[in-house]
Design a protein around this ligand. Sequence first.
Ligand SMILES: *Cc1c(COP(=O)(O)O)cnc(C)c1O
Length: 375
Amino acid sequence: MKFSTKSVHAGRKPDPTTGAVTTPIYQTSTFVFDDYNQPKEHDYSRTSNPTRSALEDALAALEGGNAGFTFSSGMSAISTTLHLLKSGDHVIASDDIYGGTYRLFDEIMSKFGIETTFMKLNDEEAIIDAIKPNTKLIWVETPSNPLVNITDLEMIAKIAKEHDLLSVSDNTFATPYFLKPIDFGIDLVVHSTTKYLNGHSDVIGGAVITTTPQLAEDIHFLLNGLGTNAAPFDSWLVLRGIKSLPVRMKQHEKSAIAVAEFLFDHPAVDEVYFPGLESHQGYEIAKKQMQGYGGVVSFNLKSDVKTFLNKLDLFLLAESLGGADSLVEHAATMSHSSMDPEARLKTGITDQLIRLSIGLEDVDDLIEDLAKGLD
Ligand SMILES: *Cc1c(COP(=O)(O)O)cnc(C)c1O
């Protein structure tokens, strides 16, 4: 099946009892046993639930993995994945990552004896130099949040395989419609389904897609043991969202390209960060490994941030991204406020950085709104 067909059908079939075309919301905590010591397919909804299983199978098919698992948030998917590690282990992570992921490594996992080196992941030799005897995992986010930096996944997977490390890629920004990390040899894909996969700004959720029976068993063991699972209703909303993923992503990208070009030419704007611009750091790699550039555009404003933000009507001042509604945010005080200011500046997240999530409104209206703020 081609991608769009999988988006609609993978993991789902009409309900066997009623013929309902959409997967029902199995809003139940528990399932009756057939007999003594004979559970049915599902026995308790923390362990598994039919609505959640349909979503998990769909995501595994879209990413090309062997199994999928869904969680109560992106952070819960990421925290669960990090429980594959143990005290004394070392992680290499890209320095330009979602603020909450940075905080999890820097302030929470560090308390349990897991040490992280944050670095740019664009230089093969520098990465190999950073590997220590206790390095176990390499964590990538491409395109990254908020600078939409691009990392060469083939290179990362090669280093990981040669040094016996687990490779993880956060695919939230690209979605499998534009990028399939597993095709390049990445071991685990994580998502905040809150963003494009659900696509309507009405769910908090996360996912992990695995590539081997052992990883699938380990992630499911941790999900069940930690109790980080997704709820049936949230799973149902994301299942509904992914049916339209291909058409939404195409539109997000088309408008994002137009917005990036508009900003690039505007005198009130310094750098524009969008992987589809030839001037972008990762343009060549993005062109090679992605089928499209996504819907997030960031830029440095020359003048006062507050004045600009107050002039906007259509772009809502809010964290998050990937929904039908266009959003604008100031990384330093919002999505990346959990990063310490020094680390922020080191990665290039200045106080002038604005991140746009280009929604599904008409692009002419979006550009008019931005023009008001910039003029
Ligand atoms: C939002 C986000 C997360 C965290 O997901 P939540 O659903 O908010 O917990 C992780 N990674 C990336 C790239 C994100 O954008």
